[in-house]
Design a protein around this ligand. Structure first.
Ligand code: FEO
Ligand code: CA
Ligand code: CA
Ligand code: CA
Length: 610
């Protein structure tokens, strides 16, 4: 043996076996610890968590529920201090409130506590010694620490749809200011040091869709809001706490959610912004790359069955460096640009795609694609829709443009190593069922329960261009099954994987994939996987970590020095019938379950995965 590697490379870690344990399992030679959990203090002076003494006020100072996106942004010039920025996607009231019987039985105070448990947290963290372990900075001077909530934080709308008629409400007659953010799922860290956060399943928070005009019903329906009953099944009935969630009284309030949010964690007094130029959908997240010509490009997925892939290209160019002038300029990059939707075409004859997942004769699911322009600045390219219409009712614009219906586009992220873009199609059990769209080469399995990875290569390597080629490097499932594909790699050497959700990269360009849904498909816990996407090892996917019972694996985030991988363990113990009094998981502290962010590192100081 010569030098110990210091940066990521070949994936040599010992594969973790699938399991159903109520713990986090990691490869031999690694350590893992909880960084922060639901209820831990965030804002200086926050009270200690007390399960039996919760309030909206307390929760507004403490770490929220159901951590999803994780970003770690180093403090300038420091290798031992960073800002941890985390999304709190939604709440499981049955896992939060002792004595829970039903959502209807919750007090208004409990509803407000749940509303405050949504949003984001910004937490200053410090390295433990020289290791890859991190923990929150303690003390009373925590200038960056912040809770952003659905309850009380003010957001500014930017871009062409800001101020438009569909965004105005009684509380905000100018249509430019929104209280709160909802269902923040995944996101991304921008090259200029901010965080993007996707507002995803915002539909579930609204009631009263039955009382709006017929034209408004069509618009609400396209986003999954029920218009046939005052209280849709599964409704969270937040109108009991805040009247604005009643569409019968405030029909435009729902239009103020479903955006990409930008948070500047280095400016704790700044109002987060919702960028209308990136369109309104069930945003999983957004990840930005600087194109060769200096424009910035955000790639995005709309996570619902048969929805679309999008990209945004900025009008302005990225200004490198961290000077105040560059920072101020770069903060405006997502306020104006061009929004595209993807049309995807296979290169094999349609008759070779039979919905079984069998490879076509060229032995690849692959082809070409085009980015269809929907709107550029204030100019709409969709007949009958204004630019504000296209940006606010983006799904309808995608329909009109003939975009390709995908199998639930989740996280979409460019590899900074190769410029290729990787998108997780998590699953679509309705593909080819009944009158639904049948399998195509890009979504090659009917009743697709395990999902696949979609790889985009922009023509000429130009992220601002309008055409691309694509391949499926991985078709997920049990590798023993004929309908799976792992880049042509020997399938006896790869791990089973189901329902890819989030993606990330280490510095060598290995793709890391976290899953959400394995308990219902492969009957084992969800986890984190790593796979090379270039060279002879392409497709050699290995499981790195498993999460406890009922949890999904979110994040993941690998630090620039490759020493740490952060994972958000979301909704541990979310099992039908389980409650905080009768838990299915007691991770991480015993007694009952708490969502938490963990960090995994090598005590020998080596790079993650290698
Ligand atoms: Fe919130 Fe698409 O997962
Ligand atoms: Ca093909
Ligand atoms: Ca997700
Ligand atoms: Ca998910």
């Amino acid at each position: 043996h010569g030098h110990k590697p210091t940066k990521a490379g070949k994936l040599t870690f010992e594969t973790v076996e699938p399991n159903t344990l109520d713990r986090v399992t990691i490869p031999a030679g690694y350590q893992t610890s909880v960084v922060i959990r639901w209820g831990d203090p965030v804002v200086a002076g926050a009270p200690a968590f007390d399960l039996h003494n919760q309030s909206a006020y307390r929760q507004s100072l403490q770490f929220g529920f159901n951590n999803d996106f994780v970003g770690v942004l180093p403090l300038p010039g420091r290798h031992d201090r960073a800002l941890l920025v985390v999304n709190h996607e939604y709440t499981n009231e049955e896992l939060m409130f002792p004595g829970f019987t039903s959502l209807d039985a919750l007090s208004v105070g409990q509803l407000e506590t749940a509303i405050a448990a949504h949003g984001l947290s910004v937490v200053e963290i410090e390295r433990v010694g020289r290791s890859g372990q991190w923990k929150p900075v303690a003390g009373r001077r925590l200038p960056y620490n912040r809770r952003i909530t659905a309850l009380a934080t003010t957001f500014h709308l930017t871009g062409p749809a800001a101020g438009s008629a569909a965004l105005r409400t009684a509380a905000d007659p100018h249509g430019k200011t929104v209280i709160g953010t909802l269902n923040n799922c995944s996101g991304g860290v921008t090259p200029w040091g901010t965080v993007l956060s996707g507002e995803e399943n915002f539909n579930q928070y609204f009631v009263g869709g039955d009382a709006v005009s017929d034209a408004e019903k069509v618009r609400l329906n396209r986003y999954g809001i029920t218009t046939t009953a005052r209280y849709p099944s599964g409704s969270r009935k937040w109108d009991r706490a805040q009247e604005r969630f009643d569409l019968a009284k405030h029909p435009n309030e729902a239009n103020r959610f479903g955006w990409v949010v930008e948070v500047d964690p280095f400016d704790p007094d700044s109002a987060p912004r919702k960028h209308t130029a990136l369109g309104r959908l069930k945003h999983e997240g957004a990840n930005v790359i600087v194109a060769k010509n200096g424009h910035v490009v955000a790639y995005m997925g709309d996570d619902e069955r048969f929805e679309y892939l999008y990209k945004f290209v900025s009008d302005k160019k990225f200004m490198p460096g961290h000077s105040p002038v560059a920072r101020k300029h770069n903060l405006t990059l997502l306020e104006s640009g061009t929004l595209y939707v993807a049309k995807v075409i296979g290169d094999s004859v349609a008759s070779e795609i039979d919905g079984s997942g069998k490879l076509p004769l060229d032995e690849k699911f692959d082809g070409k694609g085009v980015w269809i322009k929907l709107v550029a600045g204030n100019r709409s390219f969709v007949p009958g829709m204004t630019a504000a219409d296209v940006l606010t009712f983006t799904r309808q614009a995608g329909d009109a443009a003939g975009a390709t219906k995908m199998d639930r586009p989740e996280d979409v992220q460019p590899s900074l190593r190769t410029g290729k873009i990787y998108a997780a199609m998590t699953n679509n059990t309705n593909r080819g069922v009944g009158t639904n769209a049948p399998a195509d080469e890009a979504n090659p399995r009917n009743a697709n329960k395990h999902g696949h990875i979609f790889e985009i290569t922009e023509d000429g390597g130009d992220h601002t261009g309008e055409s691309f080629s694509w391949q499926l490097p991985i078709v997920c499932g049990d590798p023993a099954a004929a309908d799976t594909y792992f880049g042509g790699y020997d399938k006896s050497a790869v791990s089973p994987i189901s329902c890819p959700d989030n993606v990330a990269f280490d510095s060598a360009g290995n793709l890391w994939i976290s899953t959400d849904g394995t308990p219902s498909t492969l009957k084992t816990n969800d986890g984190l996987f790593a796979v090379p996407v270039e060279g002879r090892e392409r497709g050699h996917l290995k499981q790195f970590l498993t999460v406890p019972v009922g949890a999904e694996t979110c994040g993941p985030f690998i630090t620039e020095d490759d020493k740490s991988v952060f994972v958000a363990v979301q909704h541990p113990g979310e099992v039908t019938g389980a409650t905080v009094d009768k838990p299915a998981s007691v991770w991480p502290d015993g007694g009952y379950a708490k969502p938490a962010v963990i960090v995994t590192w090598r005590p020998d100081g080596g790079p993650i995965g290698s």
